[in-house]
Design a binder for this molecule. Structure first.
Ligand code: SF4
Length: 259
């Protein structure tokens, strides 16, 4: 018999995204036309941005994202390559046991706690979700070690849903540019989900991360290299002429989160 929770996942996925987009009107200094143009330019710079965390199925993605808190993607990939070769399902992970999981991931920060969470989330996936990764944020956050931002990364990368996993770069840009100002990552997430044009929403979180990492940097934004310098209304802006709009070489995308 089909697991009713899995069935409800698919049914409520749409509802979940719709709810996120039905929050009170967002404040942004930018007009619809500005927003359309900002994301059009980002889409030309990076037509197919991709995440860096290696995984072979939704389960291994959940584990990889949970392990990536306060760690680099490269460091997580190094550890998970060997781990996922022996355990790519919740049952295999349980069979491996906490001690051996610890051995595989001991190069990653907070590995003791993370090994516990990997065991606990594998067990919960089996008992509550028939061994499958659920497709709604509400269900994903019930897994040990999985918060809202991790759930957003999983929904986007594993299931192709448009989400906004607010990391340190997105949080800074949303506030610095007064694009979607907010005091918490959740506030910024809701506002960005409202103002970003639908057809750009799926890649928007990667574009914003990359823009923050390589151009609108934390210590000093590099406005001379910025393709939206003419549209940007940040008080920190130092340049008004947009950089040439060309496709950039592939660059890494991290999953570092804030909050
Ligand atoms: S113009 Fe400067 S402050 Fe504005 S988005 Fe570009 S880099 Fe950031």
């Amino acid at each position: 018999m089909a697991n009713p929770k899995i069935k409800s996942s698919a049914q409520t996925a749409k509802k979940s995204n719709a709810t996120a987009r039905r929050k009170p009107a967002a404040k942004s200094l930018y007009s619809k036309a500005d927003l359309e143009e900002i994301f059009r330019r980002f889409s030309i710079q990076r037509p197919e941005p991709k995440g860096e965390l290696e995984h072979v199925n939704p389960f291994t993605l959940v584990v990889a994202v949970a392990l990536s808190a306060q760690a680099t993607d490269a460091g997580v990939n190094k550890a998970t390559r060997a781990l996922f070769a022996v355990a790519d399902t919740p049952q295999k992970m349980l069979d491996l046991g906490e001690e051996r999981i610890r051995e595989y991931i001991k190069t990653i920060g907070l590995y003791r706690n993370k090994a516990k969470n990997v065991m606990a989330l594998s067990e919960k996936l089996i008992t509550d979700f028939g061994g499958e990764v659920p497709r709604t944020r509400e269900e994903l956050v019930t897994l040990p070690g999985v918060g809202r931002k991790t759930a957003n990364v999983v929904l986007s990368m594993a299931f192709g849903q448009a989400t906004m996993a607010v990391d340190t770069h997105i949080f800074r840009i949303a506030n610095r540019l007064l694009l979607a100002p907010g005091k918490t990552p959740d506030e910024v997430e809701h506002r960005l989900m409202q103002i970003i044009p639908d057809h750009y929403l799926y890649h928007a979180h990667h574009w914003l991360i990359l823009h923050g990492r390589y151009c609108c940097k934390a210590r000093k934004p590099e406005c001379e290299r910025c393709v939206i310098a003419d549209i940007c209304r940040s008080p920190e802006k130092t340049w008004d002429i947009p950089a040439p709009l060309v496709e950039l070489p592939a660059q890494n995308i991290g999953t570092q989160t804030v909050g």
